[in-house]
Design a protein. Structure first.
Length: 82
C-alpha cells in the first residue's frame, strides 16, 4: 500500500450519511478506460480504490449491525432487571 507524501485534509461531516456516488464513479471509470485502457496504472489504482471502498462499506455495515444488536441486548437486559 502506498503512503501519500502529503496529508489528506478532507473534512467530512459524519452527522449526515452520504450516498455512494455510483454514477460519478462509473463515469470516471469509463473516462480512465477511454484515456489509456485497463492496463494503465491509473485504471489499476482506480480499481484498487473502488475495491477498498467496497470493503470499508461492508465493514461499516457489519459494525452497525453489531452495534444495533448490542443496543437491543442491553435494552432487553434492562427490562429483565426492572
Amino acid at each position: 500500500m502506498l503512503t501519500p507524501h502529503f496529508p489528506i485534509k478532507a473534512k467530512v461531516d459524519l452527522r449526515h450519511k452520504l450516498e455512494r456516488p455510483d454514477f460519478e464513479m462509473d463515469k470516471l471509470r469509463k473516462e480512465l478506460r477511454k484515456i489509456g485502457g485497463v492496463d494503465t496504472c491509473a485504471y489499476k489504482c482506480w480499481d484498487s480504490l473502488v475495491t477498498y471502498i467496497t470493503y470499508l462499506e461492508g465493514k461499516l455495515k457489519r459494525k452497525d449491525e453489531n452495534f444495533k444488536r448490542m443496543k437491543e441486548t442491553i435494552k432487553n437486559l434492562e427490562e429483565m432487571t426492572k
